[in-house]
Design a binder for this molecule. Structure first.
Ligand SMILES: [Zn+2]
Length: 163
């Protein structure tokens, strides 16, 4: 899922879909379970200051390894995003608080290989460099909201990991 963001922003496009959690590669402690799915709905738009923004909603469930008992623990994901694309850290610092910056410049966001291969004959190299991977974007957002050390919740008696 690799898109040319400039085109999407111009058209104010909405994209939604389902990602199987087995497609994620960077989430720490992720139990590879293709049954679990993450749903997303995002909208590309330009705000009144002509910033390129992406807002939307990500929800679903991930199974991680409990760091106390090493058994699976479910993590519910339900997060709203409001991102603004910026070209450098200086611009990121100047964004209003409502936005989370995404540093985006040529080649800075990893490309999705399957799409690259498919389109190599048509797209020139410069175009490929300025593409944005939705999978990476959503994985980044999930990493931000996941607990640093996933564990089973503690119950009323202060007990945990009774699974
Ligand atoms: Zn546990």
């Amino acid at each position: 899922m690799l898109i040319n963001p400039w085109q999407e922003f111009k058209q104010g496009r909405c994209i939604d879909g389902i990602i199987e959690t087995s497609q994620f590669t960077r989430i720490p402690g992720l139990i590879d379970n293709s049954i679990d799915k993450i749903y997303f709905a995002i909208e590309f738009y330009c705000d009144t200051q002509q910033r390129y923004c992406i807002k939307g909603h990500i929800n679903g469930k991930l199974w991680l390894t409990c760091q106390r008992c090493l058994k699976p623990v479910a993590n519910t994901i339900d997060t709203k995003i409001n991102l603004a694309l910026v070209s450098n850290y200086e611009a990121a610092k100047q964004l209003p608080d409502m936005y989370e910056p995404v540093i985006f410049k040529d080649g800075n966001i990893r490309s999705d290989n399957s799409f690259d291969r498919h389109n190599r004959t048509r797209a020139n190299r410069d175009n490929n460099k300025s593409k944005l991977s939705i999978l990476d974007l959503i994985e980044d957002e999930i990493i931000l909201v996941l607990p640093y050390v996933p564990t089973h919740p503690i119950d009323m008696e202060g007990e945990t990991c009774q699974v």
